[in-house]
Design a protein around this ligand. Structure first.
Ligand code: ARG
Length: 466
């Protein structure tokens, strides 16, 4: 007794009761996989219906199993179900309760099935639903950008490279760049759903089963295109979860770039936008401040989502076929990333819809930093037949002169600009305004307002089918 006690004390703290408690703690997944209760019950209902159809269980068994499972669903949804860690996971918790409710027939439900194909099915169903939610959230964000783009297809702002003023663009065009990014995320979601749309149920432990099951029937009942083709792969595959995390990570990176721009644009140095009170906070000490907290948090949460991807990649790395318990560690990373991404997409849609655009500040900035220098060079090429390389040098000298005089290009006098090159006429000044500059860039995908409008029309149509 005293020896028992002293060895127990070695475990210490929460594990004072020894190896059993440690094993229960490390082994149990119910703390997080209870999230899969509705998928688990749906899978069991489809499995039982198929077993009855194939006369592996009786109709009477099926009726009792169905009733019992439906009652359990209600109990869980009403918060009346007692989850037990001793029963390890959601599958065994539900099965044990079913046995309490209906007795012997409960024991027949697991015929021709293993927890290995059961968990593979449940998690697939969950991830597939989450992909659909992500698709809707992305569509919502894209729609928000389309509205802002339409409203601002004529609003000029500086376009940047290296975060240095490069050439004037429109705010609508800038918004449409995000439409393209989130549009690619949406198409990645669709591709991934297509690839994962196969049911692993019936793979059993890993080798399939000797019972005359119908995997096509359960696949169809559960909304999958078809059953998976290889039972070993079916229980060892977590690619769909990895793809969810990859898609989520790329999307999170896009969101972080947008978040960063929102942070920059809302500074008093830029003043391009004003965030709504709903998505910003004040400072407890500096009354003038309006902080872009929501954008900053979206920027930061990218870390969690990317971390989840690395975490699951590392769990899966080097695992031998087929199932290993390691794979129980697949869920929390995906649950956390999914919840985080959903929140970030919602916050960003709100910010994009609500933010006020300061057109004057954008326009002022658009004209600074010699943003129309390329337009001068293009004019020299077009009107004077100058090779572009030479036009680039001439323009460089004009910019240097303007800089020396602390003027914009358009503020130079004709005499001053002719001192750079005698053939330049005052027609050039027409091309040095930001509006003219923007309007001239009519190439496919360019920033000219009517070209941006064409992009908007294209996406409105595409979004209906996306
Ligand atoms: N809780 C387990 C998981 O999430 C279920 C599968 C258990 N399978 C087994 N052979 N122990 O992976």
């Amino acid at each position: 007794m005293s020896e028992q006690k002293s060895s127990n004390q070695m475990w210490g703290g929460r594990f004072a009761s020894g190896p059993d408690a440690i094993m229960e703690e490390i082994n149990a997944s119910i703390g997080f996989d209870k999230k899969l209760y509705s998928q688990d019950i749906r899978g069991s209902l489809a499995h039982a219906a198929m077993l009855a159809e194939k006369q592996i269980i009786t109709m009477d068994d099926l009726n009792q199993i169905t009733q019992g499972l439906n009652q359990i669903l209600t109990e869980i949804e009403n918060g009346e179900f007692t989850f037990s860690r001793r029963l390890e996971d959601i599958h065994m918790n539900i099965e044990a309760r079913l046995a309490e409710l209906i007795g012997e027939p409960a024991g027949r439900l697991h015929t021709a099935r293993s927890r290995n194909d059961q968990v593979a099915l449940d998690f697939r169903l969950w991830v597939k639903e989450e992909f659909e939610k992500t698709a809707n959230a992305l569509k919502n964000l894209i729609a928000a950008f389309l509205e802002r783009a339409e409203e601002h297809s004529n609003t000029v702002m500086p376009g940047f490279t290296h975060l240095q003023t490069a050439q004037p663009v429109t705010f609508g065009h800038h918004c449409m760049a995000y439409v393209e990014m989130f549009g690619r995320d949406l198409s990645r979601v669709r591709d991934a759903i297509e690839r994962m749309n196969e049911s692993p149920l019936g793979a059993a432990a890993l080798a399939g089963t000797g019972f005359p099951i119908d995997r096509h029937m359960t696949a169809e009942a559960l909304g999958f295109k078809e059953p998976t083709r290889n039972s070993i792969d079916s229980v060892s595959d977590r690619d769909y979860a990895l793809e969810f995390l990859s898609v989520a990570s790329i999307c999170a990176i896009h969101l972080s770039r947008l978040a960063e721009e929102i942070v920059i644009w809302s500074t008093s140095q830029f003043r391009f936008i004003r965030l709504s009170d709903a998505f910003s906070t004040g400072s407890s000490i500096m009354p003038q401040k309006k902080n872009p907290d929501a954008a900053e948090l979206v920027r930061a949460k990218t870390g969690r989502i990317n971390g989840s991807l690395i975490s699951l990649l590392t769990v899966m790395k080097g695992l031998p076929l087929a199932y290993s318990k390691d794979m129980q560690e697949d869920k929390e990373a995906v649950f956390d990333a999914a919840e985080t991404l959903e929140l970030c997409l919602a916050a960003m849609s709100g910010m994009v819809r609500d933010m006020q655009i300061n057109q004057d500040a954008m326009k002022l900035a658009a004209g600074s930093g010699y943003s129309t220098a390329t337009d001068l060079a293009d004019w020299l090429v077009r009107e004077l037949g100058m090779p572009f390389r030479e036009a680039h040098h001439v323009t460089g000298r004009a910019v240097a002169l303007a800089e020396e005089k602390q003027l914009d290009l358009a503020q130079l006098s004709l005499a001053e600009i002719q001192s750079i090159h005698p053939d330049i006429t005052d027609a050039v000044f027409d091309y040095l305004t930001v509006e003219k500059s923007v309007k001239s860039r009519q190439s496919f995908g360019g920033t000219a307002p009517h070209e941006v409008q064409r992009q908007i029309t294209y996406w409105k149509e595409r979004l209906k089918k996306a």
